[in-house]
Design a protein around this ligand. Structure first.
Ligand SMILES: [Zn+2]
Ligand SMILES: [Zn+2]
Ligand SMILES: [Zn+2]
Length: 424
């Protein structure tokens, strides 16, 4: 995530903010420009952007911004929509009469917006159900309202379901511990589930399927049987030699989703570090060093990896000084790096093609067979890394249970960072 500045007073401001802390200007994100902008009132519910790139254009607040306080995105004044690009993707929101649900909804939307930012930065086109009724993306945030009811986080043909309890820190941490996961976050769920979605869009039925199978295995094996086996037999002791997480061993679809999620994590964290000018210049030059500042969207995969490892050492060491678990509780064995490389190539090819994703792969390479697809269920995990390595982006400013999404106009103290998990 890039850094942003208030266009009125130049104060450093953040993606999630709704007001400039210094000059109190209204802030809002302009998805059409990929910029956070300060605004001045223009009457009639309209706001004039002070961002140089917007050239004085008028915008309206998303309804979920102006009224519900769970959003901070803006809509060009000449467009008829009442919901922003991100909120339009949410088909079902929680029942807001339950006291904590607004907070959970807010946290879910914050994580979704960050995901959308990263996808846009990578040039990955996201279509809504409105734009594409067959394969558009949509989300529903569901609550278990009766004791026997089970809401499973998962993806089904473009519909991503999240159990809103995942936005409850205590619930999520309990689940993480019970599942022996080193890392479980809302943002990670969004990344993982979109991995399933984009597998269907970018890999399945395209020439990418063959290279996919060479690395991830045959995804046509029975999913339900694989799921049963996973919970019955557990994971192989040496899983970390080939997988990014224990859950990834379950089925090639889950391996892809975990790897995809991990790739997005790496890109977002490196993007953030780069935008802050983070560099590592140790006294002993043989220690992890980081000076390269290539924007992540221009970086080769090898370049990303070369910068990633030093950053993770520093990140985890900083976390340990804070008395926190490692921010990045993962290790990346060589086969995992090759899987990440394939994700990078698939994304780069579709981004370069800039058009119909399914066809984009043709521009890239080999032909391949097909197979039915339809991921399952949630999964997220990782493995206590050997070495310190980074992890996770700070998720957001968390409002008090009441409205008022924004909050932390202040920098990093916004919410340091979720809770990766216990360290090795
Ligand atoms: Zn300001
Ligand atoms: Zn919105
Ligand atoms: Zn999954």
């Amino acid at each position: 995530m890039r850094t942003f500045h208030c266009n009125r007073c130049d104060q450093l401001v953040f993606f999630e903010n709704v007001r400039c802390e210094r000059c109190e200007a209204l802030l809002g994100y302009l998805p059409d420009l990929g910029e956070l902008s300060a605004f001045e009132e223009a009457g009639d519910g309209l706001w004039r952007s002070l961002h140089p790139k917007a050239e004085g254009a008028l915008y309206r607040q998303c309804h979920n911004y102006a009224v519900e306080n769970v959003c901070n995105w803006m809509i060009p004044a000449d467009q008829p929509e009442t919901l922003c690009r991100s909120c339009q993707l949410t088909r079902t929101i929680p029942n807001l009469t339950a006291p904590d649900n607004r907070l959970y909804w807010y946290r879910l939307e914050v994580a979704k917006r960050r995901l959308l930012y990263t996808l846009a930065a990578l040039g990955i086109k996201v279509e809504s159900r409105h734009e594409n009724p067959q394969t558009g993306l949509e989300f529903e945030f569901l609550e278990e309202t009766s004791p026997g009811e089970k809401v499973l986080t998962g993806h089904d043909n473009g519909l991503i379901t999240l159990n809103i309890a995942e936005a409850d820190d205590a619930y999520r941490e309990r689940t993480r511990t019970a599942m022996h996961e080193p890392y479980r976050t809302l943002l990670g769920h969004f990344r993982h589930e979109t991995g399933h979605y984009f597998f269907d869009r970018l890999v399945d039925g395209t020439p990418w399927l063959e290279p996919f199978r060479a690395l991830f295995g045959d995804e046509s094996v029975d999913y339900a049987a694989a799921l049963d086996a996973y919970y019955r037999d557990g994971v192989p002791a040496d899983w970390s030699q080939s997988y990014v997480s224990a859950y990834a061993t379950m089925h090639p679809w889950e391996d892809w989703a975990e790897t995809w999620a991990h790739y997005l994590l790496i890109v977002d964290v490196l993007d953030t570090a780069t935008s802050y000018g983070v560099a590592l210049i140790p006294l002993d030059p043989s220690d992890p060093t980081l000076t390269d500042q290539t924007p992540v969207e221009d970086a080769s995969f090898d370049n990303l990896m070369k910068r990633w490892f030093p950053l993770t050492y520093a990140l985890n060491s900083l976390n340990r000084s804070l008395g926190m678990p490692d921010g990045y509780p993962f290790t990346l064995a060589a086969p995992v790096v090759e899987k990440l490389r394939l994700v990078h190539r698939v994304i780069a090819a579709q981004s370069a093609a800039g058009v119909e994703p399914a066809q984009a792969a043709q521009a890239a390479q080999a032909p391949g067979p097909t197979a039915g697809a339809q991921p399952g269920q949630t999964g997220q995990a990782g493995q206590p890394g050997q070495t310190g390595q980074p992890g996770q982006t700070a998720s957001a400013a968390e409002p008090a249970p009441a409205p008022q999404p924004d909050q932390p106009q202040q920098a990093p103290q916004d919410t340091p960072a979720p809770n990766p998990a216990t360290a090795p």
